[in-house]
Design a protein around this ligand. Structure first.
Ligand SMILES: [Fe+2]
Length: 238
């Protein structure tokens, strides 16, 4: 375990196939997150697979329309500081239908979300999956793409329960796909940033009720939506 300045805990994932594990038992890892520590699990996913998924999402190139968890089929929604939204943001949000084998993109990205969800279930003790339960709740596989040229997501927070732990998989490479831009958290001991520490294949864990934001990605570059910038995969429980 490495404790970076500012309260960031950085741990290496064990190499090899199978579930994500580190030198810290998963129960202890969940305990650190529960105390309000921000944890980055380095190298939890193999980079080549994530790059292939990102390329497939870009090649899918579906028309932009509103994300809707109640409808079938994957959707893509581009959003640039729309007036009237409660939390200002510039990103493209992809909602993947991983349950339909005929969906044009869901089955392609599913392996990464399966692995992320398995890790989240081990951390939280929850049993939620991608198929809605009796109350209609499910993990909703999403990608958020913050484009180079100022993609960002302003401060916001979520209730602690039932989600408990947020898990953000980095799907872009530091110094290659993006230079600056990170998630920041208002942790119990002060502001914590993942700047320079959340790379392709790393999973950032945080207690779900900590206020957080995504700072502008390569703010001085021209805005572009064809890949450069910062991609993340998340599995919000909705
Ligand atoms: Fe959030």
């Amino acid at each position: 375990m490495v404790e970076a300045t500012g309260g960031l805990v950085v741990v290496d994932a064990r190499r090899g196939p199978g579930a994500i594990t580190t030198d810290i038992p998963t129960r202890e890892l969940a305990g650190l997150v529960g105390e309000g520590r921000i944890v980055v699990v380095k190298g939890a996913f193999e980079p080549a697979g994530l790059r292939r998924m990102r390329s497939a999402i870009l090649a899918w190139n579906a028309p932009s329309r509103e994300n809707d968890t109640s409808a079938a089929g994957s959707t893509r929604q581009r959003s640039e500081d729309p007036p009237g939204t409660p939390i200002r943001h510039v990103f493209e949000s992809f909602l993947f239908d991983v349950n339909d084998a005929a969906d044009p993109i869901g089955p392609t990205v599913r392996p990464a979300f399966d692995r992320l969800a398995e890790f989240w279930r081990a951390l939280t003790g929850h049993a939620f999956g991608f198929a809605p339960d009796a109350e209609g709740r499910a993990l909703r596989p999403r990608a958020l793409y913050y484009p180079a040229g100022g993609g960002y997501f302003d401060w916001h927070e979520h209730p602690l329960e039932p989600h408990r732990i947020g898990a953000i998989l980095g799907v872009s490479e530091l110094g290659v796909d993006f230079g600056t831009g990170a998630t920041e958290f208002k942790a119990p001991n002060g502001l914590v940033s993942t700047e320079g520490a959340h790379d392709l294949g790393d999973v950032c864990l945080f207690r779900y009720d900590l206020a957080h934001r995504v700072t502008a990605v390569d703010a001085n570059a021209p805005r572009r939506w064809d890949g450069p910038g910062r991609w993340t995969f998340i599995i919000p429980l909705q």
